[in-house]
Design a protein around this ligand. Structure first.
Ligand SMILES: [Zn+2]
Ligand SMILES: [Zn+2]
Length: 561
């Protein structure tokens, strides 16, 4: 890894462990001289084809195998898809983690819940700070995003600057006045130049510019003013503290008091107030238990559950079983968020439930009560033109986002041989000659199911999908090995199997067919469990398949006497 053999400066190796091919579980390694810096350690929420999975992690085996070479973890911002995996990686080896104070505060939640506080050393950094971490200088550049105090990160390496955009948008009127530092990025682009830009691709398909976060504040104010005398519940991501600030401001301007509902909302609001990120006067904040005593026109509840999560505060309000608070007709619920792809159905169900209660629901399809935290094509093009990178690798997106971002980079004058399309598990090397591919490392999904991490495989998930969609047919047969004969008639037990006269008849016939198959197998001298099970499964599977066109899970249970 050193430049000793070639005599020139050491090459930089970048390994992508997640986030290139999905929105979620962002994680990459920057390696110089054999030392590794980890950039973000995120989680992903499971897809509908991952039943029973709680979370999806990056495959950590590469990091585990190279643990003694890891000098630190740098965090771009506090979203779960960037910090949520720390609580799992820290089980394997101790970590030193760098990020803004707020980012660290948000990241700490899961680590503490996992009882791993002793495994992590937290090192806060401030806007514009440049410090030596392991093999290179790391510079933390402010960007605007849907959580405050996010960074782009410039790695000053022996091969020049590698700039990672983080998740960003170009908000010219951010709520806290802290804009994306385009001046600094432009300065880096001019001198010494940016060798490689790794850039957020989430909205690479969306034309134009993402509106400023402050436009949501104006809309919220209008929505509140148009409905005087009615109670409000507003839901948003608990980490979207600028959104929460704007809800609070609109509520207070309308003479309302604010209460939080949901554990993460409560926690994050407390953390952000303590850090001075969120301004709520003490006398405007009331306990959720007190809101029933206030006139409806003086209440605004800020709640979790914007993604329709079934156990969340909002979902429980929609089904009328929230123990702190009950919605009444004439209440107004504002969903100040967009469903993450995959969550539309659950959000739809919650909205239906709210309508059943007679509640008015204001969502982004009705009023502009949400804007994205990610740059659209106009902003991406602006960043490219300011940074003028030598090479580009699109990151943070599903495959189509990465492809669209690559095409956009081409229209910005970067020749196609300088744009590298990478996926999870890919490694590249940056040297004097440019960016080259450098093999792959394990980059698959690591599933978390309750306390089990990693032992949940694709086979298990396939089994669960079959069980969910087709059910299970169990056949229990008793065989006498010494007599080489079947005892009695096999029994059939089903679960999740729709019974009708046809299927019932098939299963009835199957009992005899399985008995015959077993008798045949025994007559041929098969005595072992494996072969007898196989014989039973084969005949039963074939019968059910051809006669009912279904493929349930078939479980033969052979009892030997
Ligand atoms: Zn992200
Ligand atoms: Zn983010």
């Amino acid at each position: 890894m050193t430049g000793a053999d070639g005599g020139g400066p050491a090459p930089v190796r970048i390994v992508f462990l997640g986030g290139l091919g999905e929105i979620g579980r962002n994680c990459a390694c920057i390696e110089v001289d054999g030392r590794i810096l980890v950039l973000d350690v995120g989680i992903m929420f499971p897809d509908p084809d991952m039943p029973g999975v709680d979370l999806v992690l990056p495959d950590f085996s590469y990091l585990r195998e190279n643990a003694e070479r890891v000098d630190g973890v740098v965090l771009t911002h506090g979203h779960e898809d960037h910090v949520g995996g720390l609580a799992y990686l820290a089980r394997d080896f101790p970590l030193t983690v760098y990020g803004s104070e707020l980012t660290l505060g948000l990241a700490r939640n899961r680590v503490s819940e996992a009882g791993l506080d002793d495994q992590v050393t937290w090192v806060p950094v401030v806007d514009g700070e440049r410090r030596r971490i392991g093999p290179c200088d790391v510079e933390f550049i402010p960007v605007t995003h849907s959580v405050p105090h996010a960074f782009a990160i410039a790695f000053h390496t022996p091969q020049g600057v590698v700039l990672h955009s983080g998740d960003f948008k170009l908000d010219l009127h951010p709520v806290d006045g802290r804009r994306t530092d385009l001046t600094r990025m432009g300065a880096l682009g001019a001198d010494p130049g940016v060798r490689l830009l790794l850039c957020d691709s989430t909205n690479a398909e969306e034309p134009g510019f993402t509106p400023s976060e402050t436009t949501v504040g104006e809309t919220l104010r209008k929505v509140f003013l148009a409905r005087p005398g009615r109670r409000f519940v507003v839901t948003s991501f608990a980490s979207h503290l600028h959104r929460i600030q704007q809800v609070v401001d609109a509520a207070i301007a309308g003479g309302r008091k604010v209460a939080t509902l949901g554990r993460s909302m409560q926690k994050n609001v407390a953390l952000a107030r303590q850090l001075g990120v969120l301004a709520i006067p003490d006398d405007s904040l009331v306990d959720i238990g007190e809101v029933e005593d206030l006139p409806p026109g003086q209440v605004c509840v800020i709640s979790t559950g914007s993604q329709g999560e079934p156990m969340s505060a909002l979902a429980r309000l929609a089904t009328g079983d929230n123990r702190f608070f009950r919605l009444r007709p004439d209440d107004v619920v504002v969903i100040s968020a967009h469903p993450i792809p995959g969550n539309e159905w659950s959000v739809g169900k919650v909205i239906d439930g709210l309508h059943r209660l007679g509640v008015e629901v204001v969502h982004s399809g009705v009023e502009a009560v949400h804007v994205s935290g990610h740059a659209r094509r106009g902003e991406l093009a602006t960043l490219h033109s300011v940074v003028r990178p030598e090479h580009v690798i699109p990151v943070h997106g599903e495959y189509r986002h990465l492809v669209n971002h690559a095409r956009l980079a081409e229209t910005m004058g970067i020749s196609s041989d300088r744009i590298v399309l990478c996926e999870d598990g890919d490694a590249v090397v940056l040297d004097e000659g440019g960016v080259h591919r450098d093999g792959t490392v394990p980059g698959g999904y690591l599933f978390v199911d309750g306390s089990t991490v990693g032992d949940v495989g694709h086979g298990l998930l396939r089994d669960r999908m079959v069980l969910a969609e087709e059910g299970v047919v169990m056949i229990v047969a008793t065989v006498d090995l010494r007599a080489a004969d079947v005892v009695g008639v096999p029994q059939v037990v089903t679960r999740g199997w729709a019974v009708d006269p046809v299927t019932e008849a098939v299963l009835e016939e199957a009992r005899t067919a399985v008995a015959d198959a077993l008798a045949h197998a025994l007559a041929e001298g098969n005595q072992d469990h494996e072969s007898l099970s196989r014989a039973a499964r084969k005949v039963l599977g074939r019968m059910i398949g051809t006669r009912t066109r279904r493929r349930p899970m078939i479980v033969p249970v052979i009892v030997t006497v």
